[in-house]
Each structure stands twice: as structure tokens, then as C-alpha cells.
Design a protein around this ligand. Structure first.
Ligand SMILES: [Zn+2]
Length: 405
């Protein structure tokens, strides 16, 4: 079976995770896909196949005889999708021999255009899989799942010699808790890759350092007619706080290795106000400096408006995995060689985000991220090509071969 055929099957099963949920998995629907994957892994004769109560699916492809002592390589993908654009049935559309030009997405009125997505020109001649413009496609990350199972199938069918292969499919990646119940011991890999990137040939191991920062602002509310030198309007203090941050250091104003402060939500009245930010930076030093800036603002605002007016809470989210990967850089070197062996030029952009691999890397399983061939995730413009998926499988096969040497 080709990888895209698996993707089409999985895409039809809706699996949005739910940020508001406190259970794990965050949504029961993820089990609908997990059960199918468990079954499929058993049909492929993988060993140690299991689906646990938190909706993690594990399985192994034992090493070819004589290669048991080679490093155990893991492949991981996530089963959930974002919850946006995911409230009804997903109907993927297939466009054969795509002409590289504007493509209407079903009857939705949306048009997938190279004006917004420049890489589309390079996909000319390929078979494009898109949405009908009303949902996500869910190639993020069902393409990764499809490619991992196709990898296993091809290793078996083509009798390609390989070391131990470990496979895991996880829930709740999109809400940041995809590794909360990940069982490293059960998984059993020495090193792993998430297949959760964009275009085929992408190799990512430099992620952001990330935290959330919340400002709670207490005002002093009196009748506006008698507010002279008494009133502290919390909303105005909130605006003042934001004005102290560098205006260009936002997601809109930054790229590549440039970090930012991102105001994700605000609310306010005279008596109280709230600002929520996420802070991102690849550089640990700059990341710490950003947090220091926020603390300095808190301190100065309290000096100006009175102790207790502003309370800053910083919550760490994830760290740049580059420093873990630095100690096992063969993961990157081999991924590059695998791309070249598969005829794909490797691309290594820094991740402007995090992956489950970040968390796993810091838990002791070094885990860079590989592309799956997909583009424009998290919205109705999401798309992928059949050829890109085949190439991603080919890269993974080459990678397995390198670790079996
Ligand atoms: Zn993803």
C-alpha cells in the first residue's frame, strides 16, 4: 500500500484534541484512530503491539537476524489534529498532474494559490491532496503515521536488513501534552525521529525555548468624577506594560532565529486586567534575557503604581533540543545522507515552534524531526503530495539502512 492511501483512510477519522479537557487523552475520538492503527500493526506482524489507557500506541519491528545489536531507532507521529476547522467530516480532494497554478478548494470559495504559497510552483506535475476548503486535512500528522507504517511494510516486504525498529503513535500533540504519558521504556528506542515536519527532506533539531508569561493587573477603581490621583485603571497599566516591549519582536516581525513576545490574549476593565504572552527564542541566553525584561517590567510597574499592582507568572513550556542533539549529531548527519541517498536535497530550517521530540530529547530520548511532505498545516489550505509522501518513506528507509550498517 502506498503511504497516501493510508493517509486518506486516516484523514476521514476525525481526531481533534481538546485544549479545555483535563483528561488524557483529551478527546475520546483519538481512540477511533488508535484502534485502527493497533489492528494494522498487528496485521503487519509487528511485535509488542499495544494501545494503553492514555491512547498511546506502541509496536516493534524486531531486527533482522544478526543485526540485534544495532541501535534501536524509533519513529513517532501524533494522531490528533488541531480542533480548528475540524467540526465536520473531512473530505480530501485529489488533483492529479497539478498545474502549479490557482486551485479552487471544492465549492468553499477558497483558492490554493502560489501567490500565498510559493512552493506550489515546485509541485507542478505531482498529485496534490487538498481539503475541500472547509476543514483541515489532518496530514499533520496522519501523513507521519501513514509513512511510518508504510516504512514498516516496505522493510518487511522488500526484506531490507534493519536493526530494531520502534514505533509509537501519540495523542494530544497539538495541545502540548503529547509526551505526558509516553513510556520510554516500553518504546525501547535508543534514538528516535518524529515524522511531523513539512516538506520532504526537512530535518529539524533546533527548536525554540518556550514559556508562557501572564500579567495579572489589579486596578484601584473609584468614581471617575473623583479619580484624581487615586484611580489606577488596570487596563491602562496593561497597555503600558505592552508598550514597554519591543514592537518589532512579534511573530509578524521576526523570522528564522529571531525570537519574539507574542500577546495571545488580553482582557481588561478598570479594576483588573490580564495579559497572556508566549515567549520564544532559539538562543537560551536571549530567552533568559526576555524573561528578565518581563520581570523588570513587573518590578518597575509595581514601583510606579504600588506593590501588588502587577503580578507576573512565568510557566516554562519546552527547551531547544539542539543541545541534546549536539551529543549525538549522527542523527542529523545520517538524516542528511538518507535524504541524499533518496535523491532529495536536505533542508534544515530552525523550528519556529516545538515538537514532541523536544520533550522526549530532554527526557533522555534524542529525537529530531523529519518532514512528511505536507504544507500549510492547521488550516483549510493544508495540502500534501503523493510523491512527497513516497519520498519521505524512501528517506526513512535509507535512514534505517544507515543504522543497520
Ligand atoms: Zn504535527
Amino acid at each position: 500500500m502506498r503511504a497516501y492511501e493510508r493517509l486518506l483512510k486516516y484523514a476521514a477519522i476525525r481526531t481533534p484534541s481538546d485544549e479545555k479537557s483535563t483528561s488524557s487523552p483529551s478527546s475520546e475520538c483519538q481512540f477511533d484512530l488508535a484502534r485502527i492503527l493497533e489492528q494494522e500493526m498487528k496485521e503487519l506482524n509487528l511485535t509488542d503491539v499495544s494501545l494503553d489507557e492514555h491512547c498511546y500506541v506502541y509496536g516493534k519491528l524486531p531486527a533482522t537476524e544478526g543485526l540485534e545489536d544495532k541501535p534501536a531507532i524509533g519513529f513517532i507521529a501524533h494522531m490528533d489534529t488541531v480542533s480548528d476547522f475540524c467540526d465536520h467530516e473531512i473530505r480530501p480532494l485529489i488533483t492529479e498532474n497539478y498545474d502549479g497554478k490557482d486551485l479552487p478548494l471544492g465549492d468553499s470559495g477558497l483558492v490554493l494559490s502560489p501567490e500565498n504559497f510559493e512552493h506550489l510552483k515546485e509541485l507542478k506535475g505531482r498529485t496534490l491532496i487538498t481539503t475541500d476548503g472547509t476543514t483541515v486535512l489532518g496530514a499533520d500528522d496522519k501523513a507521519g503515521i501513514a509513512e511510518i507504517l508504510t516504512l514498516a511494510e516496505q522493510l518487511i516486504e522488500q526484506k531490507i536488513p534493519h536493526g530494531p525498529i520502534c514505533i509509537a503513535f501519540t495523542p494530544d500533540e497539538e495541545i502540548g501534552t503529547g509526551t505526558a504519558h509516553f513510556d520510554l521504556e516500553k518504546f525501547g528506542a535508543d534514538y528516535a525521529y518524529t515524522l511531523d515536519g513539512d516538506t520532504e527532506g526537512e530535518i529539524q533539531y533546533e527548536s525554540f525555548n518556550a514559556c508562557k508569561a501572564e500579567f495579572d493587573i489589579k486596578g484601584f477603581n473609584v468614581h471617575p468624577g473623583s479619580g484624581k490621583d487615586t484611580m489606577i485603571n488596570a487596563s491602562l497599566v496593561a497597555m503600558e506594560i505592552n508598550s514597554l516591549l519591543p514592537g518589532m519582536e512579534t511573530p509578524r516581525g521576526t523570522e528564522e532565529y529571531e525570537g519574539f513576545y507574542h500577546l495571545t490574549s488580553m482582557s481588561g476593565e478598570c479594576a483588573k486586567a490580564h495579559l497572556s504572552y508566549i515567549i520564544r527564542d532559539h538562543s537560551t541566553e536571549f530567552f533568559e534575557a526576555r524573561k528578565a525584561t518581563l520581570r523588570l517590567i513587573e518590578k518597575n510597574m509595581n514601583a510606579k503604581w504600588g506593590e501588588g499592582t502587577v503580578t507576573l507568572t512565568i510557566k516554562e513550556q519546552y527547551k531547544n533540543m539542539a543541545r541534546v542533539i549536539a551529543d549525538c549529531i549522527h542523527l542529523i548527519d545520517n538524516a542528511k545522507t538518507a535524504c541524499e541517498n533518496a535523491g532529495v536535497t536536505p533542508v534544515m530550517p530552525p523550528i519556529r515552534g516545538g515538537t514532541d521530540g523536544c520533550q522526549l530529547s530532554f527526557k533522555g530520548l534524542p529525537c529530531p524531526n523529519l518532514g512528511t511532505g505536507g504544507h500549510a498545516y492547521h488550516g483549510p489550505y493544508e495540502h500534501i503530495t503523493v510523491e512527497g509522501m513516497d519520498l519521505s518513506v524512501a528517506i526513512a528507509i535509507e535512514l534505517v539502512k544507515l543504522y543497520a550498517k
